[in-house]
Design a protein around this ligand. Structure first.
Ligand code: AMP
Length: 182
């Protein structure tokens, strides 16, 4: 089900812009003010639940760290499992990792090798709060597919459309953004 204009406004108005954080020139989209706003949080989660309940998903994979908040809540609503995709060095069992480019340097994310092994050819929804350059989400989708599972769609609360992240990620998986920022 599509969000109504009013519902969209409730979610959009709950997200706070912080100028020049973490450095000059960046407008940081602060979703903590969405999370502590019960109307906005419920509107968002009910929308995601109604969208994904027909997708026949087996797991939600959330990206460290804000993807955990939305992903874990959605997995519980859908009655399916949740898998964390974490920054390098945080997961205790055998992992596979994928590096990706940052503005300066590289970073790496990891997932447990057996994270999706409870279901054959598991259908996975990837979730994070925001897609910018798409580097993180691309690496995460690659990891999911490398485990033998399939990344069915990547979902973001916010998509920055002035960057190429969404376009690039669409070559790998379907992409859904609740709100777009241009
Ligand atoms: P990217 O890999 O460039 O798509 O960056 C996505 C990751 O960085 C996500 O996990 C976001 O939470 C975070 N991020 C990037 N840009 C912003 C921003 N303007 N506001 C808030 N979070 C951001």
């Amino acid at each position: 089900m599509e969000l109504t204009t009013n519902e969209k406004q409730i979610i959009e108005n709950s997200i706070r812009d912080i100028k020049d954080f973490p450095k000059e020139g960046i407008v940081f989209k602060d979703i903590t003010t969405l999370l502590n706003n019960k109307e906005a949080y419920a509107t968002l989660m009910n929308h995601l639940h109604s969208r994904y309940k027909e997708y026949n998903l087996d797991y939600i994979a959330g990206i460290d760290a804000r993807g955990f908040i939305f992903g874990a809540a959605l997995a519980q609503m859908l009655g399916i499992g949740f898998v964390p995709i974490r920054k390098k060095g945080k997961l205790p069992y055998t992992t596979i990792g994928e590096k990706y480019a940052l503005e300066y340097g590289i970073d790496e994310i990891e997932v447990h090798l057996d994270a999706f092994s409870g279901v054959n050819n598991a259908r996975v929804l990837l979730i994070d709060d925001l897609i910018a350059t798409g580097g993180t989400a691309n690496a995460a989708a690659t990891l999911i597919n490398q485990t033998g599972a399939k990344c069915i769609e990547a979902c973001f609360i916010l998509g920055l459309t002035f960057l190429d992240g969404i376009k690039t990620l669409k070559e790998k998986t379907d992409v859904y953004t609740v709100l777009e920022v241009d």
